[in-house]
Design a protein around this ligand. Structure first.
Ligand SMILES: *[C@@H]1O[C@H](CO)[C@@H](O)[C@H](O)[C@H]1NC(C)=O
Ligand SMILES: *[C@@H]1O[C@H](CO)[C@@H](O)[C@H](O)[C@H]1NC(C)=O
Ligand SMILES: *[C@@H]1O[C@H](CO)[C@@H](O)[C@H](O)[C@H]1NC(C)=O
Length: 334
């Protein structure tokens, strides 16, 4: 081969490569309709989408105008840890679904893991002509051996809990109501590292996680409920949940579980949503606290404040214009 023709061949290869790269980056990947995924025989082998993508790369660009769905199986005794790498213009067509739940929006640039339990979760992509990047990684794991913690509810008192390595099971006389707590010092997305089950073990039906409890308490169908927090204890030591018997909740519609920020100048205010029903505030504190009631308040309402292991009931008469002091006793569990 003459030097000239070799040169031109190299040149055309470079040209071809450049064209290919340009082509790929202009079009992105095309996904494959409906896919059913099972874990590999070697459980520690992760599943990547796209298959050649790895987490040290930029998320992969997808082609416009396509629709795909992944149903991903999670065998009993295991759970899946999934990180979504999504970089779009708030593309609302990229979603996931917890077992037995509806599809929900996946945020851009949120790499806090999702925990999906048995039997199956979904990833769904339905995009228009806007460009974007989306990749994900699934890791299946066996539940680690761990001790069980039993929380016996007496129908009157509430029992609060923190993240721990325990499998925590509440047993109620009636049904278990689980209240979640806000975590002002952290990104609440870390609360996805939790799962709540409708029974006495992680094999029971999935009810939701601690993010769901921020929008409303979760209630078991029977008299037992289990919660597991997947290593969250390494990040957070705040109170994260509180269990009580449905009989103890009485006519309360909505609970707000609050942790106050460590920086006290940020304040810690409570907004009582209800003008017609009793409202409850669960506030766990290491020190005595002040509860400021709002200026306008329904006549003859009940405010119930739950401390660590004690409940206070206030009856209000008319409109308060001043805050009043409430000592919330903190007593250690046990
Ligand atoms: C299973 O997969 C992991 C991760 O890829 C690897 O480190 C390990 O060697 C594999 N085990 C077997 C038995 O192939
Ligand atoms: C909780 O964690 C914070 C910061 O990590 C630490 O300052 C604090 O002492 C811890 N509190 C308890 C009760 O362990
Ligand atoms: C409370 O305030 C509201 C609105 O200002 C007022 O209509 C109502 O009469 C007040 N109730 C009492 C008991 O003072």
């Amino acid at each position: 081969m003459s030097e000239k023709s070799l040169q031109s061949k190299m040149l055309s290869t470079v040209f071809l490569l450049a064209t290919l790269i340009a082509f790929a980056s202009a079009d992105g990947y095309t996904c494959a309709g409906n896919t059913l995924i099972n874990p590999f025989l070697n459980l520690s082998e992760p599943y990547y989408y796209p298959g050649t993508w790895r987490e040290n790369m930029e998320p992969a660009e997808y082609a416009p105008d396509q629709k795909c769905n992944w149903k991903i199986n999670v065998p009993q005794g295991t759970y899946a840890t999934v990180i979504f790498y999504k970089k779009t213009q708030y593309e609302s067509g990229i979603k996931c679904a917890y077992p037995g739940k509806d599809l929900e929006y996946i945020s851009d640039n949120d790499q806090n893991p999702y925990i999906f339990t048995s039997p199956q979760f979904q990833v769904d992509l339905k995009v228009g002509d806007k460009p974007g990047e989306f990749s994900f990684k699934v890791v299946w794991s066996k539940y680690p051996p761990g001790s069980r913690m039993n929380m016996q509810l007496d129908g009157i008192h509430s029992l609060a809990g923190v993240a721990s390595s325990f499998y925590t099971t509440y047993t109620a006389i009636n049904r278990v109501m689980l209240v979640g707590f806000s975590i002002p010092d952290f990104d609440s997305a870390v609360l996805r590292q939790s799962a709540i089950y409708d029974g006495d073990s992680v094999n029971a039906k999935y009810l939701g996680n601690l993010i769901d409890t921020l929008h409303g308490q979760i209630v078991s169908t029977g008299n037992k409920l289990t919660i597991y927090t997947f290593g969250l204890e390494n990040h957070i030591n705040n109170t994260l949940f509180m269990g009580l018997d449905t009989a103890a909740a009485g006519d309360i519609q909505k609970y707000n579980g609050l942790n106050c920020p460590a920086d006290t100048t940020r304040g810690c205010s409570i907004i009582l949503q209800s003008y017609f029903y009793a409202t409850a505030v669960a506030k766990i504190s290491r020190q005595p606290d002040y509860l400021m009631l709002p200026n306008a308040f329904p006549y003859n309402a009940n405010v119930r404040v739950y401390g660590d292991k004690m409940d206070i009931n206030y009856q209000t008469f008319g409109n308060y214009t001043q805050g009043f002091e409430v000592d919330i006793l903190t007593t250690k569990n046990g």
